[in-house]
Design a protein around this ligand. Structure first.
Ligand code: 13P
Ligand code: SF4
Length: 308
């Protein structure tokens, strides 16, 4: 074990801290984290933890969600600059307010990839692992859904409710890169491979995939499948994550990225040095308005209680 990893572990013990990391984090962070998961699993873990300090290795909305679920705990993020998920900033609270005025009979479901003040206006949040189930769980006919237009498409194919996307064109710049041309190319090159894509992908890419799954859904699928070859249609680091899991079982599988340049820059801002500094100096701390926390928690709790 390297010196820095030893120091991080020591600090963690002294301060009763836990390190949570998203599946897109760099390998060195995945290796030192206490738990690595998709957005839904991270929400559940953040809610259950008994640690005094949560060090969140991910993007802004994920650390904010951990804070909303743990207002009495210290939630830290090792880097504060350029860690915003651009999609989360595409649905400001005033857009939700206007949409609610226009559709007073609709309920509001927002992706966890949103700002805390946007969550505070929602009836429920959802993640890519449960979006269709949350929408179907709600007692209404019409749902204002945002910010991801592609996730809205995914949900609309799995519900009888009317889905109204807010804003019109919300998207993830990483998943938006995948095209039908990419699909045709990999299908030709790897005819025996299964194509797994994330619901943030464009409709035509979703429609041409074998499976549409959240990041952890993809991990489980690869680990449990008899198949040997998979094309991964999400951020490239998910391949690192699956390889680390395969290392534990000794099984060999071939993992091919749908595009090599599917890289989420805000997810790559955290390093071991920053994690050590974060634990030592207890910064950067996530702080949110108490009223916002209270309201946003109701929306997240409704998602978690939806018996998914
Ligand atoms: P998951 O919840 O599937 O991990 O997705 C989060 C995300 O930001 C995908 O871009
Ligand atoms: Fe946001 Fe896209 Fe990065 Fe996910 S991959 S954190 S949606 S920018």
């Amino acid at each position: 074990m390297s010196d820095i990893v030893q120091r991080i572990n020591q600090l963690k013990k002294e301060k009763n801290a836990i390190i949570l990391a998203h599946n897109y984090q760099p390998e060195e962070i995945q290796r030192i984290a206490d738990f690595v998961g998709d957005s839904l699993e991270l929400c559940i873990k953040a809610k259950e933890t008994r640690a005094d300090i949560i060090v969140f290795c991910g993007v802004d909305f994920m650390a904010e969600t951990a804070k909303i679920l743990n207002s009495d705990k210290k939630v830290l993020i090792p880097e504060i600059k350029d860690i915003e998920c651009p999609m989360a900033h595409q649905l400001p609270a005033d857009v939700v307010k206007k949409a609610k005025e226009k559709h007073p009979d609709a309920m509001v479901v927002v992706y966890v990839n949103t700002l805390a003040e946007t969550k505070a206006l929602a009836d429920a949040t959802c993640t890519s692992a449960n979006a269709d189930k949350v929408v179907n769980f709600l007692d209404c006919e019409k749902v204002l859904f945002g910010p991801d237009r592609n996730l809205a498409y995914f949900v609309s194919k799995r519900t009888d409710k009317k889905i109204i996307p807010i804003p019109e064109d919300g998207h993830c710049y990483v998943h938006k890169k995948f095209t039908l041309e990419d699909v045709k190319r990999v299908r030709k090159e790897y005819p025996n491979a299964e194509l797994l894509v994330h619901p943030e992908c464009n409709p035509e890419v979703q429609d041409s995939a074998d499976y549409i799954l959240s990041t952890s859904g993809m991990i489980r699928h690869v680990l449990n499948s008899d198949k040997k070859k998979f094309i991964i249609g999400t951020e490239v680091e998910l391949i690192t994550r699956i390889k680390l899991e395969l290392e534990k079982t000794g099984e060999e599988k071939v993992l091919i990225p749908l595009r090599e340049d599917a890289i989420c820059d805000p997810m790559k801002r955290i390093t071991l040095e920053k994690v050590e500094r974060c634990l030592k100096e207890e910064k950067y701390e996530i702080t949110l308005d108490e009223e916002i926390i209270k309201k946003a928690r109701v929306a997240i709790e409704r998602m978690l209680s939806a018996k998914l």
